[in-house]
Design a protein around this ligand. Structure first.
Ligand code: MLT
Length: 394
């Protein structure tokens, strides 16, 4: 069977290599796609074809994807958590050093020097006092959000001798294991803000995190605190940050999301959304989502989706269907009844739910006739039914 994948951005070649040519057609223009792969393309204004079964984001943030409406259509959205974490962490450390050592104005100063020889040497030595900075050990870094990136930032800052406090009421068991025991747990976000010399935010952009660092919270920060934003621009209330910088309450804002208002501000270090822009991260993200998309298209397995439950049922020599449905009672009962009515014997079944969505993988002893698939689709609450047939040997 040929799977058609529409790409909305350039996807790293190593990622595309995971989709073998004999069974995948991948192109930036393609009719009736089974799946979409993208990076930061804005899908909110686009009409998503009826044929689409899955969307794969080669990156972490999914705020460019209409996740909620895709969930209602029974379409999982995959992302690549952790695949770019090292890249972002390294830039956060770079951002801390830029701010701590006044590197941007120091560099600009040197570039502006026109003198030569001894005169140049004199200006270098006399100019440096304007850029005296501070060292990281003993300073306190507050990390808001301890996902794959936040944990790496916290652990690295600790290894640089900083005091680190973290806050994440939803930290997963996996991330808690990865987090160094030297990272202190803040009692609340306000507690973290009131104790940090530097604050770095590492949360996804969703309604609950929009304007997370607002005027009220920023007032709690000690005099001279530095804010770093390598997550998404809207997480920080920019007007409040600019006001606090102008009032001298904050000393610097390092942001990967420049705006007209921040570019050129003497206390802002704006970067062009560079956090995940390394060859390694682009490759890691593309490979991870391509593999997970392939597992979904071919086997109905769900790994690393932002809206569907993890659902992994090993493939055996059986006929497989998958059903995405609203998370309401008696769905599995109705699905089993429809299959039993067709005389089909269930060999294996997995049912998982997450929020409003539930997902069922069913392995059967025989092929599922079209009219049975139609009966399944007609069950109230069923969002999508896929007939994957038997596994094919590659
Ligand atoms: C991400 O969400 O993965 C990063 O911000 C980089 C990107 O948007 O591709």
């Amino acid at each position: 069977m040929m799977h058609k994948v529409l790409t909305l951005n350039n996807i790293s070649v190593s990622g595309l290599r995971q989709l073998p040519r004999q069974s995948y057609e991948v192109a930036s223009e393609i009719g009736h796609p089974d799946a979409i792969m993208l990076r930061s393309f804005n899908m909110h204004d686009m009409e998503i074809p009826e044929t689409v079964q899955g969307v794969a984001r080669a990156g972490a943030g999914v705020n460019n994807i209409p996740v909620e409406s895709l969930s209602k259509r029974g379409i999982p959205v995959f992302n690549a958590p952790g695949a770019n974490a090292n890249a972002v962490k390294e830039l956060v450390i770079g951002g801390m050093l830029l701010a701590a050592r006044n590197l941007a104005p120091a560099w600009a100063y040197v570039r502006g020097l026109e003198a030569e020889g001894k005169e140049l040497g004199k200006l270098v030595e006399s100019g440096k006092k304007q850029f005296v900075g501070f060292e990281l050990p003993t300073r306190t870094l507050g990390v808001i959000g301890l996902g794959a990136i936040g944990v790496q930032v916290a652990n690295t800052a600790l290894s640089l001798g900083m005091r680190v406090i973290g806050f994440d009421p939803q930290i997963t068991v996996q991330r808690a294991w990865e987090l160094s025991s030297g990272v202190q747990q803040a009692r609340s976000m306000d507690d973290l803000i009131s104790r940090a010399d530097m604050i770095s935010v590492h949360v996804p952009l969703v309604d609950a995190t929009r304007g997370l660092l607002n005027a009220e919270r920023l007032k709690l920060a000690p005099q001279g605190t530095i804010i770093m934003n390598f997550s998404r621009g809207e997480i920080v209330d920019e007007a409040a940050v600019l006001a606090a910088l102008d009032a001298g309450d904050l000393s610097c804002y390092v942001t990967d999301f420049p705006t007209r208002e921040t570019i050129g501000h003497p206390k802002v270090i704006p970067l062009p959304h560079l956090g995940a822009s390394t060859h390694e991260a682009e490759e890691n993200c593309a490979v991870m989502v391509a593999n997970n998309l392939r597992a979904y298209l071919e086997d109905g397995v769900i790994r690393h989706s932002v809206n569907f439950p993890e659902s992994d049922l090993p493939r055996m020599d059986a006929y497989r269907i998958t059903v995405a449905n609203a998370n309401v009672p008696n769905m599995v009962g109705q699905i089993s009844t429809a299959l039993a009515d067709a005389g089909l014997n269930i060999a294996d079944l997995l049912n998982k739910s997450r929020g409003d969505v539930a997902y069922t993988i069913v392995d059967l002893d025989g092929p599922v006739p079209e009219d049975t698939l139609d009966s399944l689709r007609a069950i109230k609450g069923v969002l999508k039914v896929r007939n994957l047939g038997r596994p094919t040997a590659d």
